[in-house]
Write a protein that binds this ligand. Sequence first.
Ligand code: FAD
Length: 459
Amino acid sequence: MAQNYDYDLFVIGGGSGGIRAARWSANLGAKVALCESDRLGGTCVIRGCIPKKLMVYGSSFKKHFEIARSYGWEFEEPQLNWKTFNEARDKEIKRLEGIYSNLLKNVDVDFISGKGTIQDPHTVAVNGKTYRARYILIAVGGWPIKLSIEGAEHSITSNEIFSLKKQPKSLLVIGAGYIGLEFASIFQELGTDVSVMFRKDYILSGFDQSVRKHLQKELEKRHITMLSKCNPVKIEKEGENYHLTDSKGKVWSGDSILMAIGRRANVEKLNLESIGIKIQAPHYHIPINNKFQTSCPSVFAVGDCVTKPFQLTPIALSEGMFVSEYLFAKDKKLEVSYENIPSAVFTQPEVGTVGFSEEQALEKGFKVKIFESTFRPLKLTLMNQKDTNQTEKTYMKLVVCKKTDRVLGCHIVGDMAGEILQGFAVAIKNKLTKKDFDQTIGIHPSSAEEFVTMRSERK
Ligand code: FAD
């Protein structure tokens, strides 16, 4: 392949979508190059899913120490060594970065370190050198944005939170989407005093309303302060501290502020306009057709930088594979569907969700039956919690179509929610009914069995 061109495919961006497309295409016989302006691995590996999940694990021990005492374990008050924790996490990230580099080498993808810019529909420039390719794939991901308020420069984003030299004493998280809440939970569990400020009544917009309310209550039980219906207007610095004033004149003071209000596509200076690709503020996502082709026929785009409903790693991976097969495979098997995508929010407790929320199902015109269950997890029953209102509760919900009995949505707030939901996602994807759930024998004793034993419908 690659006659008259240096490459069959030139990939801009070495994150989840770009690396997967480069490897898959090379496996299909294409001559491929990939450029990356930062560290290989992208958001997921370097400053997203993986370092975050390691921090979730690291922070979850506090609760486990408390549980252990209720089972008779005796030990001195455990202490976290912030430096050791961060160094161990960073070492693992470095190891993964090396693995990605080897994966590209193993399939003969040429890796070029540097920022790619598009010169014309078949040419990419990196570090002053140009490369000609039959196809170009843009997989540049996204970047966190900040509110444009006075003093915004005093806040950090999810990028900087992984390099804090010391653990904050207090943290204000602005934004109650999944990224903000996950960090709120991590830092609260690590012992930081955390507040979350958001515009709506409840956290986690877009999720099932019962899930949003339940999680908010659970996070409050864990002493996260929820500042609902707030609009930040300015941040002022005073010595080591920051004061944030909201639109009602209320002031929050503390030593760190995380803005987690959203992300925009990393398309600055890519020179997209020169090849006729139009992007729009505030998110600058690249418009694509159902083959991930942009308005310039030789240029494709995948991952967080394109217009689509979800921005998650497994989706970027499947989009990358789709484009590879579309361009280079004789037998094209893959499809990308945005229906019934399972996802988890790694707060403590976790959220797992797949399919429609109750509100979405009603909006789509379904008449629904709701099955739900709230219970105290068995593992926590030995803890001496005198005030039962303060004990952690797991919440599970099934949204079922009245007419067909098909389970339209499955939601959980509780320990291991992500792990539990992955299997149920197969059931939802395959349109199984409530009867199929009921006929499945539960695994006892477990929380997951609740999904196959719920019998009474909400009145
Ligand atoms: P990226 O992984 O962002 O890769 C794009 C790459 O392109 C970057 O390495 C960037 O440096 C490079 N680049 C940009 N411009 C250029 C250029 N001009 N030239 C060369 N290189 C360039 N998803 C989940 O599924 N589960 C999670 O738990 C989860 N947690 C997350 C936590 C956080 C804090 C964040 C921020 C995201 C999280 N995500 C999670 C989302 C997930 O990380 C992204 O959906 C995924 O990484 C998108 O992959 P991508 O290939 O589109 O982009």
